[in-house]
Design a protein around this ligand. Structure first.
Ligand code: AHG
Ligand code: MN
Ligand code: MN
Length: 335
């Protein structure tokens, strides 16, 4: 079997489909290389002294794990010198990281959740890195936080790397979704799936059920109907999965369908949700839509949401189209 590498895939996208300018190609290759380094750290576990918490909190008041910090540093270090970026933003940094003056500035901006699913690090369950690429619009010199506040539909590329039984990179440049598997012997990313499609229907939902009593009525209605099974209004039995690593839950949905939800709840009513719009919801919504699925916040398409701040949160419902349409309709009806 002929093996297609990440480099070959990107060159072909650039040459044949005009999807990828040179700077973007370099950017994706650099992110993929950084993910290899993170994978090595993740795999070492206790042997590399990377487990456990650091003695710090991020801007969102969450205790940082050692691997959150290591992964963030790896991504920054790998990306700042190439000349392809103007600035970066991360879950683990209060404000944006502008490319230092000693390096040329490029036209792209990279956003990431360096290590997603942090609560799973110490229990050896799959975790990942999520990234989103925006282009700096306008020709003004310099870059500010405002440049990052673009709706997700303007993403130039998005993807994630999952550190699981296999290390895989799942990517979209706006021309479908593809997956590469890391070949540890050769160190290269090999294309293992092209044109990933999410089935329109599903019998599998993913949500943290322990929050049920705090949900809004449309959310409860949707899940209660799933739980009612064959003799309920849906007329079929559902299965439930919740890994608590968004990367892993979304990966399962890309592979075999399903719906993933992290809705608003009434404990902190002013917070629109738990997940962050710019570096969690947007890249996943881009991937899911490119695979034929849907992604909303219950009211509108996630990719249409205009962000007001860097670490903005959002409700997330994504995956198999018919289920996302249904839960979204329930929310819209009650408005
Ligand atoms: P992170 O580790 O980057 O903070 O993200 C964790 C997120 C997401 O990966 C997951 O779906 C969700 O939080 C899990 O939340 P619960 O612990 O509430 O289940
Ligand atoms: Mn996360
Ligand atoms: Mn994280």
């Amino acid at each position: 079997m002929k093996r297609v590498s990440l480099t070959q895939y990107l060159v072909e996208q650039q040459r044949e489909h005009g999807m990828i300018p040179g700077q973007l190609r370099l950017l994706i290759e650099v992110v993929a290389r950084a993910c290899k380094r993170i994978a090595i750290a993740v795999n070492k576990g206790a042997l590399g002294d990377v487990l456990g918490s650091a003695s710090s909190e991020n801007v969102q008041g969450e205790v940082q794990k050692k691997l959150d910090i290591i992964s963030n540093e790896v991504l920054i270090e790998a990306n700042e010198w190439g000349g392809h970026l103007a600035a970066m933003a991360s879950e683990e940094m209060d404000s944006i990281h502008v490319v230092p003056n000693r390096y040329p500035q490029g036209e792209y901006m990279l956003l990431f959740d360096p290590l997603d699913g942090s609560s799973n690090i110490d229990v050896n369950v799959s975790i990942g890195t999520i990234f989103s690429v925006l282009r700096k619009v306008g020709h003004t010199r310099g870059v500010s936080e405002d440049d990052f506040l673009q709706p997700g539909k303007h993403q130039a590329a998005a993807g994630y790397c999952i550190y699981g039984p296999q290390t895989q990179l799942v990517l979209t440049v706006g021309n479908g979704v593809v997956a590469f598997t890391l070949d540890r012997e050769t160190g290269s990313w090999v294309l293992t799936q092209s044109d990933i499609r999410i089935p329109e229907d599903t019998k599998e939902f993913a949500i943290n059920m322990s929050n049920m009593r705090h949900w809004a009525p449309p959310m409860r209605r949707y899940v209660e109907e799933c739980l009612a099974g064959k003799t309920g209004p849906r007329g079929k039995d559902f299965n439930m999965r919740w890994v608590a690593s968004m990367v892993t839950d979304v990966h399962r949905i890309l592979m075999r369908g399903g719906i993933f939800m992290y809705p608003w709840d009434q404990r902190e009513p002013e917070k629109p949700g738990k997940l962050r719009l710019l570096y969690e919801a947007n890249p996943m919504a881009f991937l899911v839509e490119q695979a034929g699925g849907a992604a909303t916040n219950g009211r509108e398409r996630i990719l249409d949401v205009v962000p007001c701040k860097l670490h903005e949160r959002v409700s997330v419902m994504l995956g198999s189209r018919n289920e996302v349409d249904r839960v979204t309709a329930y929310h819209q009806q009650t408005e």
